[in-house]
Design a protein around this ligand. Structure first.
Ligand code: ATP
Length: 694
């Protein structure tokens, strides 16, 4: 306890957010730091398991809860009604058990007193008990049978709901952690279960209170005395569960331990072996452990609930003896009305009330979380995209016949949301690309080339809140005025960031033009254009091959020798088709060629898609892209720009977020500046290599 006590100090001054130093309390618990909103930790509220503000939020969320329950009911009305009835039956189980066992004890006692057992009455009580047990077992069985069916319907329904909500988010919105949906489809099920369980507990406790207070051996006074201890325990209980809080560790030794521990993961194995650093890792781990000393790294919830003084526990123990005091006094002053059976029955009542009240508080306090989860589930569909949709149809009237897109940037400055760099990604950039031009953007790493593409394709937009300024114009109008879906239809992009989907290779390519997903011939041709034709022929399942399908196979406690057969099955299930990095890039490129077949593309943006391609593959890909995109506006971002420069109408050379130079290859070489420098380094490497091979 010493180490915990030592570290369990209130530290209201230190807070990571100095802007709101008074809004929360900071606690140090072992290696953890916990921040709690002040109002939930001060005064009376600290004693309250379910504070007023939570009730208020529950009441406010009432329409959403109603919608939630209605949606679940409509999934399968009969099943849902059955689940609720089952729960209410479960609520009655305690009363039935108390009644039957009480009866049995009383009959036995009468038999003992009279020296002649009432066999008939005992048999009836036994049969009643058997019926009671059968009832409990049947409801349990029915629950185990029906719950998984309802659970599966509910989770699939909300998975679909969240899928739609997440798919409509744009990149700036979805990368903002404030918009990350913190509820999952399983929370929907737990919320439903939680609400039904709370109803069951209320019903169960109410029926017990009515039953016990009506009994000769119970009565109202005993019922009240039996309730005092569980109420007291719940009131003094310190728990983080249900409390809004954040917990994190800033203990350097603990963080070091966690980081070193992750270095044992398979993903680092190659580096650890080739770097021969296993010994260093274990030695560093030992140092960090020594430095941590006796500071507790137990989980923060357990540390928070640890009582520092025994007083409350002792008080709870004493209060728990009130029912005993009740029957002891009764035994002293009303011995004629009291017997061993009454004492046994009272003890049963008191234990049952204690348990039921604790379960009730627990389940009712969960209602707050259930309601919050329901709110979060539905909030996901209301998150407003940062990239607002426009209204103008693209291409706008007068521009329908143009094959390419005209693009202009006027004094554009741009920073990524949440960017940690002191400098903006783009600073005061202006240029105009006439429709149908071929533009090559060059520049050092981090100079802003990809950021330009992201603004031109409206993946991001300059946001004045993050220091953004200026305008991006498409065909003479601000890009934000066009309907996003129209604009996207007119763009084809090919970047390193594009991924293969966990779908068949045919679908991976075909999704460039989803309406023709079944057109095998078109997909085959697109695969050839992307340089992936030979790859598809090589694979046993051809276009049906699924790379990295979502893993569903797992094995548990398989012993090497004993379960060889099962292990063999598992290793076969785990085998996935793999392709090389360059082959992946060819498949992604094939998707772009498929996209061209929609006939609606007016802008092609290519951003370093060929890092893993061999020189021939890269040359051929760029040639085919150029041929396919002829007449459309084409923007190429590449470090290996040698063979593109002669086709470029304009080359934009970026440096530290600004345009350093722009013009044709000839113009820029004549300037002998940034571009000439980059070009000469490449040319020199080539000429040196060819001299060496001669
Ligand atoms: N998603 C992002 N979030 C925050 N900052 C980013 C993000 N992407 C890029 N940056 C930063 O913006 C600046 C410009 O990056 P950008 O990717 O446009 O450069 P680049 O010229 O394409 O570089 P490279 O040649 O390495 O691909 C860099 O300082 C980079 O660190």
């Amino acid at each position: 306890m010493g180490a915990i006590a030592e570290t369990l100090k209130q530290d209201p001054k230190s807070s990571p957010d100095d802007a709101e130093p008074d809004s929360y309390t900071s606690l140090h618990l072992g290696v953890w730091r916990v921040l709690l909103p002040k109002d939930t930790t001060s005064g009376f509220r600290r004693w309250n398991m379910f504070p007023m503000e939570k009730w208020n939020s529950v009441v406010k969320a009432y329409p959403l809860v109603l919608r939630f329950l209605r949606e679940i009911y409509e999934l399968d009305p009969m099943l849902v009604i059955f689940v609720v009835l089952l729960k209410l039956c479960e609520g009655m189980e305690s009363v039935l058990t108390l009644w039957v066992s009480g009866k049995l004890l009383q009959i036995i006692e009468i038999g003992l007193k009279e020296g002649r057992p009432d066999v008939n009455a005992i048999s009836q009580a036994l049969i009643a008990r058997l019926l009671c047990v059968t009832f409990t077992a049947t409801t349990k069985w029915a629950r185990e049978f029906i719950y998984p069916i309802v659970e599966s319907r509910v989770t699939l329904h909300y998975e679909d709901h969240l899928l739609r909500a997440n798919l409509r988010l744009d990149i700036p919105t979805s990368s903002d952690s404030a918009n990350k949906t913190q509820a999952s489809e399983y929370d929907a099920w737990y919320a439903f279960e939680g609400l039904v369980e709370a109803a069951q507990q209320i019903f169960g406790l109410f029926s017990q209170l009515v039953f016990i207070s009506q009994q000769r051996s119970g009565g109202a006074l005993f019922t009240v005395l039996a309730l005092i201890k569980p109420v007291f325990v719940l009131a003094i209980q310190k728990t983080l569960w249900m409390k809004p809080h954040i917990a994190y560790s800033e203990n350097a030794s603990y963080l070091r331990l966690r980081n070193l521990q992750t270095m044992a993961a398979t993903s680092y194995r190659g580096d650890v072996i080739s770097g021969n650093i296993a010994g260093w890792i274990t030695a560093e781990y030992q140092h960090a452990r020594d430095a941590l000393g006796s500071l507790s790294s137990r989980d923060v919830w357990a540390l928070y609930g640890t009582e520092q003084q025994p007083g409350r526990k002792i008080a709870a123990g004493w209060i728990g003896e009130l029912p005993t005091l009740y029957w002891a006094l009764n035994a002293m002053f009303r011995p004629d009305k009291f017997s061993m059976t009454s004492i046994a029955i009272l003890q049963q009542y008191s234990a049952s009330l204690n348990y039921s009240l604790q379960s009730l508080f627990w389940d009712v306090s969960k209602v707050g979380k259930c309601v919050t989860d329901i709110r979060i589930l539905y909030e996901a569909e209301n998150v407003r995209n940062k990239i607002a949709d426009g209204e103008v149809v693209y291409p706008r009237s007068g521009y329908e016949d143009k094959k390419g897109m005209e693009i202009e940037l006027r004094n554009v400055s741009f920073s990524y949301p949440g960017e940690k760099s002191k400098e903006s990604a783009l600073r005061d950039v202006s240029f105009r690309i006439p429709a149908g031009s071929l533009v090559v953007i060059v520049g050092a790493n981090g100079s802003g080339k990809s950021s330009l593409i992201k603004l031109i394709t409206r993946i991001y937009e300059p946001d004045p809140e993050t220091g953004g300024a200026g305008q991006v114009l498409v065909d003479g109008l601000p890009i934000g005025s066009y309907r996003l879906s129209d604009l996207r239809q007119a763009q084809a992009t090919l970047t390193q960031e594009h991924k293969l989907y966990p779908l068949s290779l045919g679908e991976n390519i075909g999704l460039g033009y989803a309406e023709r997903l079944r057109d095998e011939e078109m997909i085959k041709q697109a695969a050839k254009d992307g340089g992936a034709g030979a790859l598809l022929e090589k694979l046993t399942d051809g276009m049906g091959t699924v790379l990295q399908p979502v893993p569903t196979a797992y094995g548990y406690q398989l012993d090497d020798e004993k379960h060889k057969g099962l292990k063999g099955v598992l290793s076969k299930l785990e085998k996935t088709a793999e392709v090389s990095g360059g082959e992946k890039q060819r498949l992604v490129a094939a998707r772009t060629f498929m996209r061209f077949r929609t006939g609606k593309i007016k802008l092609l943006c290519v951003d370093e898609p060929s890092s893993a391609l061999d020189p021939t593959g890269e040359f051929e890909l760029f040639e085919r892209l150029r041929e396919t995109g002829a007449g459309k506006t084409m923007i190429f971002v590449t470090h290996r720009f040698g063979h593109l420069t002669k086709y470029a109408d304009v080359i934009i050379c970026m440096k530290e977020g600004r345009i350093a130079e722009s013009g044709t290859h000839k113009d820029l070489m004549a300037l002998n500046g940034e571009y000439a420098g980059l070009y000469n380094v490449q040319a020199q490497a080539f000429s040196e290599a060819s001299r060496e091979t001669r």
